[in-house]
Design a binder for this molecule. Structure first.
Ligand SMILES: NC(=O)c1ccc[n+]([C@@H]2O[C@H](COP(=O)([O-])OP(=O)(O)OC[C@H]3O[C@@H](n4cnc5c(N)ncnc54)[C@H](OP(=O)(O)O)[C@@H]3O)[C@@H](O)[C@H]2O)c1
Length: 97
């Protein structure tokens, strides 16, 4: 019998309500976003290309029914302070990151 290589996280205490992932439209960030989405964690995804983010958001919402917000932002250009003041609404609350 072959075990699933990366089974979903079933530890309720370890589950996050919302995860903020930078560089989420490609590479490591995208793979992380899929893992969190599979565990039914809502997502806030950050990268520069709004188009790529929209594609990823549509894919993850469609496959895993999680809430996905996107922020198109160049993290090299933006001061950390303005990034930290971005408000993101989730399905359950409005919060500031
Ligand atoms: N791959 C590896 O084996 C490895 C190993 C050790 C460390 N790392 C480090 O881990 C990080 C990610 O690596 P990766 O291979 O996953 O890279 P990647 O495939 O190039 O992924 C980059 C992601 O970050 C976004 N991004 C790039 N520049 C950005 C910026 N200025 N502001 C906001 N978003 C930006 C890209 O989307 P947009 O282009 O739309 O912005 C994309 O979503 C890098 O810092 C890399 O040096 C990678």
């Amino acid at each position: 019998m072959t075990a699933e290589p990366n089974p979903p996280n079933t530890n309720a205490a370890a589950k996050l309500q919302t995860a903020l992932i930078t560089g989420a439209s490609g590479g490591i960030g995208y793979e992380l976003a899929k893992l969190f989405a599979r565990d039914h964690t809502d997502l806030v995804l950050v990268a520069r290309s709004a188009e790529k983010l929209a594609q990823v958001a549509q894919e993850l919402h469609g496959n895993f029914a999680c809430t996905v917000k996107t922020i198109a932002l160049d993290l090299c250009d933006s001061p950390a302070q303005s990034f930290c003041s971005i408000s993101c609404s989730t399905k359950e609350s409005l919060w500031t990151i």
